[in-house]
Ligand binder design. Sequence first.
Ligand SMILES: NC(=O)c1ccc[n+]([C@@H]2O[C@H](COP(=O)([O-])OP(=O)(O)OC[C@H]3O[C@@H](n4cnc5c(N)ncnc54)[C@H](OP(=O)(O)O)[C@@H]3O)[C@@H](O)[C@H]2O)c1
Length: 411
Amino acid sequence: MGQMEHTNNTREAYMRQALQIAKQGEGWVSPNPMVGCVVAKDGEIIATGFHERYGGFHAERNALLHCSRDAEGADLYVTLEPCCHYGKTPPCTEIIIEKKIKNVYVGCLDPNPKVAGNGVRILREHGISVETGTLEQECRKLNEVFFHFMEHQTPFAAMKYAMTLDGKIACETGDSKWITGEDARGFVQRLRHRYRGIMAGIGTVLADDPMLNCRMAGGRDPVRIICDSRLRLPKDSQIAATASQLETIAAWNREEALRWRAQQALQDPAAGFRTSGKYPEQAMRQLDADRQALEELGVSLLEIPVQGNGDTKQLDLTILFRELAKRGIDSILIEGGGTLNASALQSRLIQRVYAFLAPKLIAGANAKSPIEGQGIPKMADAILLDQIETTQYGRDFCITGRISTPPEKEP
Ligand SMILES: NC(=O)c1ccc[n+]([C@@H]2O[C@H](COP(=O)([O-])OP(=O)(O)OC[C@H]3O[C@@H](n4cnc5c(N)ncnc54)[C@H](OP(=O)(O)O)[C@@H]3O)[C@@H](O)[C@H]2O)c1
């Protein structure tokens, strides 16, 4: 093995270790990136560190504050460019300079405009040799959420569903527990820990009464977001009943909620109704009461405009995503059902798909499929995935990939 090859292998081995360490911050650092750092001197690792919690010290500082020996002249491997600005913590470039590090190896540059190459520049200006791009692709993939959020200011979204081998997500009867086995469902809990928000349509809440929490030991619960334009979320649903403990947002629309209540009131001959404006008074009173009850349970109500016409009006998901981004939600796991999945795909809001495939057949022309909507008329226009990975969990498979290009045609 040549000297050059040896050096490359060593560099990559240290960076791989830094990547492994970084993953310990998964779920806890958002909307910050996961970052890992390894400090090596004379062929020996003298410190490691990672960004542990949002607001806490960055990986480089965590490593450099706990070196087993003097770090002067050491090499530092870090998965993301060191920061150079005062945020919640002091800049990492300062401590790297102060500790007299000789060489810095950076996995990938930070897309944050406050850093974006400035961290590297400052280190070089202080005589430190900096090399960028070691395992760059792996380092970027680790933080696909952070890169997307920084570049687009809207949450990174992954659509997750479990289906039978004949492409159904529930039986014709509506029964859907469970499609996949324990191992696959265990991985889903990890995804719920990893993503900051979890989103479902009111159809799923009414059909399944899910909790949408994270049941992984030591995991973090995602913020639950229910798309519910008419505000039908039942007060005795598991979601509403636990909203004081688990952050819950119901995205709704006042006009749709009133229209629906007005229709209900009209259909109830016993109630009789009076109207002094566009909607019967009962509808307005009912809406006020429903809103108050949900808010008292701890549900945050987020009013969102609708798009579409007549009976096909639906919440504008692009606006909803923007509002969620303002609340610091950098990533969303969309757990359907098929109606919501179709809208999210059509709005081009999905970056990744996790499709769980169970070796079971349930048949039924009316059994629901993972993505409903209008569908794409021609196979040649199918939405493609790339960077495909397949993993087996017990008897089930998970296929994941990135949506390669924005869909040209509506699904
Ligand atoms: N196997 C799986 O992985 C899996 C996962 C989830 C669900 N499921 C199954 O899926 C079924 C429910 O699916 P579903 O298609 O009936 O309901 P859904 O997609 O869960 O909810 C659809 C409803 O969400 C509301 N909504 C608000 N904004 C929307 C928007 N922009 N786009 C789409 N919907 C919006 C609409 O009701 P409003 O007009 O009232 O707002 C709409 O009718 C259940 O049987 C459940 O078991 C399976």
